[in-house]
Design a protein around this ligand. Structure first.
Ligand code: KIV
Ligand code: NA
Length: 274
């Protein structure tokens, strides 16, 4: 059967909503794969898994390591890997070499790039050379240092025009889909109407052609999550109560029990020890 392709994703414009989640590890990818069209190896891994204060500290090597794990754990979803801060802003040849490393070393089929105006030339350069690129506009987390924090974008007229022009730039550069993050419904709706490829919203209303969330946010495992997240689980609660019971069992020598213990071969065969 094979994986969902760039062509499949493009054809979903205006159709059944695209179901997307982030994944960073093989076991999580395996759990998500049957339900998702796209698994995104997001650079959010830096904050969610590695404890970094923002995504700015994430390296290409980290993305490749997690990309390989997610490819091993999945077989049906399209896997998209984020190009991290610094990997795409320099010379086009350098951006291309970085994207090629990601595709060749992970086996993923596409990369995602945050579409600041200055990288659009490189996005086009990659697309023309056969690298499928998903764009990302609106709130762009890699711009956190320059912006001085995270906040919804495009709520005022001037900024709305900025986000719309980011969107047009990304389309002209040839992206096959577009993540739209942290924008009000009216703008998300305008972007989705104008955009010929599927829009995938995160904190961007139900107007988009699909939705994505950080898996650990929606499972209640990562606590610093934004208000647009809906919690579908409470993994923090589950993990902490499991660990509490484990600690109590170890302390009271209730774990391990005989069913969790190896014995010598003789005893296992019922032969009395010599
Ligand atoms: O890094 C990430 O997880 C992302 C998505 C949430 C869109 O870019
Ligand atoms: Na990201």
């Amino acid at each position: 059967e094979g994986r969902i392709t760039v062509r499949d994703i493009r054809q979903r414009k205006g159709g059944a909503p695209l179901v997307c989640l982030t994944a960073y590890t093989a076991p999580m990818a395996e759990l998500l794969d049957p339900f998702c069209d796209i698994l995104l190896v997001g650079d959010s891994v830096g904050m969610v898994v590695h404890g970094l204060p923002s995504t700015v500290g994430v390296t290409l090597d980290m993305m490749i390591l997690h990309g390989r794990a997610v490819m091993r754990g999945s077989r049906r979803a399209m896997v998209v890997v984020d190009l991290p801060f610094g990997s795409c802003e320099g010379a086009p040849e350098a951006a291309f070499a970085n994207a090629v490393r990601v595709l060749q070393e992970t086996g993923a089929h596409a990369v995602k790039i945050e579409c600041a105006p200055a990288v659009l030339g490189n996005v086009r350069y990659l697309v023309e050379r056969g690298v499928p690129v998903m764009g990302h506009v609106g709130l762009r987390p890699q711009a956190v240092l320059a912006e001085g924090g995270f906040r919804a974008r495009g709520r005022e007229a001037e900024e709305r025009l900025q986000v719309l022009s980011e969107m047009r730039g990304a389309i002209e550069a040839g992206v096959f889909a577009l993540v739209v993050e942290g924008v009000a419904e009216a703008l998300a709706s305008e972007i989705t109407t104008q955009c010929p490829v599927p829009t995938i919203g995160i904190g961007a209303s139900a107007a988009c052609d699909g939705q994505i969330l950080v898996t650990e946010d929606m499972l209640g495992l990562f606590e610093r999550s934004p208000r647009f997240v809906r919690r579908y689980g409470d993994l923090r609660g589950l993990v902490s109560s499991a660990v509490e019971r484990y600690a109590a069992d170890v302390a009271a020598r209730r774990f391990p029990g005989s069913g969790e213990t190896y014995f010598s071969a003789r005893r296992k065969l019922g032969v009395p020890p010599v």
